[in-house]
Ligand binder design. Structure first.
Ligand code: E4P
Length: 221
């Protein structure tokens, strides 16, 4: 399972990129609004920073307008993937974008039925939102499992991009479900690496090592 960062923030991207585990980035209008900058420039800079796909979301509601916007977003960078919402207009525009050879990510997907539609139009990614389902007392992980099973049975090539992940166990369970990609905010990414036994173990190793150096220096051995 590939790991993507769900952000439009360059510092966050640079920090995780250094770990060698960053395969792509997903942005959305809310994340770009959070940066509060010239969004076109921000999109360009994000795409330039990432070695992998970067999802850039359309913000129109009419199919023709989504298509036009998608064509523009695709020209931002060679690694741009156009996000369209799971609506009839989004599917119509998405189909036309795919027809032009433009990769798309069908976002705001909440059910297996919707995910099948994304696969049928040849989307590169479909993004089921787990956390937002959990927020309304539904079972986001169950939906993801169903989508992964269906895609397996049908041999769909559309990649399942587990989204709206809120904590490390969402990531672990998404991997068990067979998601192709997990996208997560920076704070979830940093939580993946943390374990109290790693921290206490390292502290002990380092203090024992320091003690040995001190003893050697004092000629105790
Ligand atoms: C994915 O592409 C979305 O940007 C994202 O995962 C939404 O997550 P949220 O529900 O935490 O806003």
């Amino acid at each position: 399972m590939k790991l993507f960062l769900d952000t439009a923030n360059l510092d966050e991207i640079r920090a995780i990129k250094k770990w060698g585990v960053l395969s792509g980035v997903t942005t959305n209008p809310s994340l770009l609004a959070k940066e509060g900058k010239d969004w076109e420039l921000q999109m360009k800079e994000v795409c330039a920073e990432v070695d992998g796909d970067v999802s850039l979301e359309t913000t129109s509601e009419d199919a023709d307008e989504i298509f036009e916007e998608g064509v523009k977003l695709a020209s931002v960078a060679p690694n741009a993937v156009v996000k369209v919402a799971m609506t009839p207009a989004g599917l119509e525009a998405g189909t036309r974008l795919v027809g032009q050879g433009i990769p798309i990510n069908v976002t705001l997907t909440f059910s297996p039925a919707q995910a099948i539609l994304a696969a049928e139009i040849g989307a590169r990614y479909v993004s089921p939102f787990l956390g937002r389902l959990d927020d309304i007392a539904a079972d986001g992980m169950h939906v993801l499992n169903e989508i992964c099973d269906i895609f397996d049975i049908q041999g769909y090539e559309t990649r399942v991009l587990a989204s709206s992940l809120r904590h490390p166990m969402h990531v672990v369970e998404a991997a068990r479900a067979g998601a192709d990609v997990a996208t997560m905010p920076y704070d979830v990414f940093t939580k993946l690496v943390k374990h109290p036994l790693t921290e206490s173990g390292l502290e002990k190793f380092l203090s024992d090592w320091k003690k040995l150096q001190q003893e050697l220096k004092e000629g105790a051995h």
